[in-house]
Design a protein around this ligand. Structure first.
Ligand SMILES: *[C@@H]1O[C@H](CO)[C@@H](O)[C@H](O)[C@H]1NC(C)=O
Ligand SMILES: *[C@@H]1O[C@H](CO)[C@@H](O)[C@H](O)[C@H]1NC(C)=O
Ligand SMILES: *[C@@H]1O[C@H](CO)[C@@H](O)[C@H](O)[C@H]1NC(C)=O
Length: 299
């Protein structure tokens, strides 16, 4: 903002110089404008939240930047869980800790095509469904699909192994506003068909913080799970405020995404979020279940 005004001013001065009739006006401007700049600068650097300040990322993923993951819990009192929370996400899904169960049942997805917009939030790219896009059902509770967004590399790890990409489909229950996230991980290989469809939209909002564009009707069913097996555990949001009591479902099968798709998602966001995976968090005795169907036919 200040820079733009200053640039405009410099341009104006150079234009005026070529026109003698405006020289007096120019003298006046030279006297007044610096104080205008000062005023604008003070307004914009003060603690009051102007648009400019809001747009600036309050957290990033760079260790030692002062607002990296190890500091999130100190940035705002409301973000304290990022530091003190005992059930934080992501975690490592270590085989030894995982209890295989069949009672959880297949993940019930009841999605429908719905209008969506795509937004560059600076720390990630988010596809948001505007009207109801359907729900998933877990333990008798319905969670309505709100949005999905991408992290690269993956946030969850399996036996310490990190993958290239992870999508989070974020759901909210209507009755008690609880969050449930379905995560799918990808490694480099064949392109992901869902991402292929929206590559153009992602490109159009690349490196334009807080820009949103209308995508039109998007069917969430096209975000494929590829397997019925999934991990289930209780965790948190992986970005501030790190809210807990999030019901996590991580699909067991690691799907594929092309190198180009990962590059596009990474380059679209801010430089300090190109690597937007929070480090894994302590398990603190939490149980991790792996749902596996009883019948050999259902894999
Ligand atoms: C999507 O939005 C368009 C334009 O507002 C509307 O005509 C259409 O019915 C919507 N489609 C769905 C599936 O909601
Ligand atoms: C499932 O729901 C029942 C009844 O609402 C509750 O008692 C139980 O603790 C829930 N189980 C899990 C794993 O959340
Ligand atoms: C529901 O939870 C979400 C995420 O935790 C929060 O952003 C939203 O404000 C909550 N809504 C209500 C009505 O409490």
């Amino acid at each position: 903002m200040v820079h733009e005004l200053y640039k405009a001013y410099i341009m104006k001065v150079s234009l005026c110089k070529s026109n003698p009739r405006e020289w007096n006006m120019e003298k006046l401007r030279i006297q007044i404008l610096p104080s205008v700049f000062l005023l604008v600068f003070i307004l914009h650097s003060g603690p009051t939240t102007s648009q400019e300040v809001e747009d600036e990322q309050e957290f990033d993923y760079v260790e030692g930047s002062g607002k990296g993951p190890e500091q999130w819990g100190e940035i705002h009192p409301e973000w304290a869980l990022c530091k003190n929370g005992e059930m934080q996400s992501p975690i490592d899904l270590l085989n030894k800790r995982v209890q295989i169960v069949s009672h959880l049942g297949r993940l019930k997805r009841n999605y429908r095509p719905s209008n969506a917009t795509i937004k560059n939030r600076g720390h990630d790219i988010m596809l948001k469904w505007v009207d109801g896009a359907g729900w998933i059902e877990i333990n008798g509770t319905q969670y309505v699909l709100q949005q999905c967004h991408w992290h690269s590399p993956s946030e969850h790890t399996i036996n310490g192994k990190r993958f290239d990409l992870e999508v989070h489909m974020v759901h909210q229950s209507i009755s008690d506003n609880k969050t449930s996230v379905v995560g799918i991980m990808y490694k480099i290989g064949r392109p992901d068909t869902f991402l292929s469809k929206i590559m153009g939209y992602i490109n159009s909002i690349a490196e334009t913080k807080e820009k949103e564009t209308v995508v039109g009707v998007v069917d969430p069913k096209n975000i494929k799970l590829g397997s019925r097996k999934y991990y289930r555990y209780m965790g948190s949001l992986t970005v501030p405020p790190c809210t807990q009591d999030v019901v996590w479902t991580i699909v067991r099968k690691v799907r594929t995404v092309s190198r180009e798709q990962v590059r596009l998602l990474r380059e679209a966001v801010d430089d300090d979020a190109e690597n937007n995976a929070r480090p894994v968090q302590p398990i603190n005795g939490r149980s991790i279940h792996l749902y596996r169907p009883r019948l050999r036919l259902d894999n």
